[in-house]
Ligand binder design. Structure first.
Ligand code: PLP
Ligand code: SF4
Length: 336
């Protein structure tokens, strides 16, 4: 094998697995033993937003079940062409809040950096499925504009790496970003929002642990899991490694029709998270993004589910039910 200058000869295992993610609807249906009757819709809707699912995630799906809750999160359906009023391409007002270098600074004390547009998995309900990533500078690998914005805004104490999924970037680039951030005295915490520890837990390797937990910045990793079947033993070990290295680990989930819209599933998800040392942080109501309306669970039903979960679990296992309203100073809690 030959290597180009500056690149190591062997790529980490996770990069190979990332590249091997399934993008062909026919392959996914065949692997899951599903009827090709689903194929025309899957092909057509993947033109709106491509199919993408990594193997470690696919292996946790139930064979032969078209309603499997993990499959539903990635399989493109005809329903995505349906656009009821109120659904649009930027439901949370990110376009208005975008600063130079890919920084989204909406809330006091913390700023979110759109570090890349790439993801390991394409979730059909993603609120950024129409986000104009190519217009964002940080996505091109140059952190300087983002760093100068963050250097000038001394009220910011926490930087959130988001995307896309920031952990699709190489550790070399993430370490360079971390080096820049830790030189800004006002920044205390580095938070990473990522679905990779769940869908590709092999991503949590020595190199990642080194940059994430090796600086003065306090590390927080917020994962994204919506169903207990997503959290297998490989995910548990990845989370344990992060926790042992000193990272605080939290989960955010989205309440999704046909995936986790009942008390039993929510209770099992939160208890499983806690078993693997992850604190349930937020349960989001669906953002009204075009193409995702079939996942909607209304706020009344969400409250009923939340009450049921609260009646079953200790308070610390119940995430906050929230919704994002553009222009508000924080995520809005749904009270009952
Ligand atoms: C959700 C979000 C945050 C984080 O909010 P927390 O309540 O601190 O988790 C920060 N910035 C932006 C732009 C967000 O959308
Ligand atoms: S991993 Fe996150 S950013 Fe990527 S498609 Fe899924 S929800 Fe969207």
């Amino acid at each position: 094998m030959t290597a180009t200058a500056g690149e190591s000869v062997t790529k980490p295992a996770w990069q190979r697995m990332l590249a091997e993610a399934v993008r062909d609807p026919r392959l996914l249906l065949d692997e899951m033993g599903l009827d090709h009757g689903l194929l025309p819709a899957a092909r057509s809707a993947s033109g709106l937003f491509p199919l993408r699912a990594p193997w470690p995630y696919i292996r946790r799906m139930r064979y032969g079940d078209p309603n499997d809750p993990l499959l539903r999160q990635v399989l493109p359906l005809d329903a995505e062409h349906h656009d009821p009023p109120g659904y649009d391409s930027d439901p949370v007002g990110d376009g208005d809040a975008l600063q130079s270098g890919g920084v989204i600074h909406k809330y006091h004390g913390r700023a979110l950096l759109v570090a890349t547009g790439a993801c390991a998995i394409n979730c059909r309900y993603c609120f950024r499925r129409h986000f104009p990533y190519t217009e964002v500078n940080a996505s091109t690998g140059d952190w300087s504009q983002a760093l100068s914005y963050l250097a000038a805004e001394t009220s910011i104490t926490e930087v959130i790496l988001s995307g896309g999924d920031p952990l699709t970037l190489t550790d070399r680039r993430l370490a360079a970003l971390n080096d820049g951030l830790k030189q800004l005295d006002h920044i205390k915490r580095l938070r990473v929002h990522s679905r990779l520890p769940v869908v590709l837990p092999q991503r949590i390797d020595d190199h990642l642990i080194d940059w994430l937990t090796g600086s003065r910045l306090q590390p927080i990793l917020v994962i994204h899991a919506n169903h207990p079947n997503e959290l297998d033993d490989d995910v548990a070990s990845a989370m344990r490694r992060l926790q042992q290295a000193g990272a605080v680990t939290l989960n955010q989930a989205v309440l999704l029709r046909g995936v986790n819209d009942d008390v039993a599933t929510q209770a099992a998800l939160n208890e499983r998270l806690f078993d693997i040392g992850v604190h349930p942080y937020y349960l989001h109501l669906l953002d009204t993004v075009r193409g995702a309306s079939h996942f909607e669970v209304g706020s009344d039903e969400a409250i009923t589910i939340q009450r049921g979960v609260s009646a079953e679990l200790p308070g610390y296992m119940v995430p906050r039910l929230v919704r994002e309203i553009p222009g508000e100073p924080a995520k809005s809690w749904i009270h009952w």
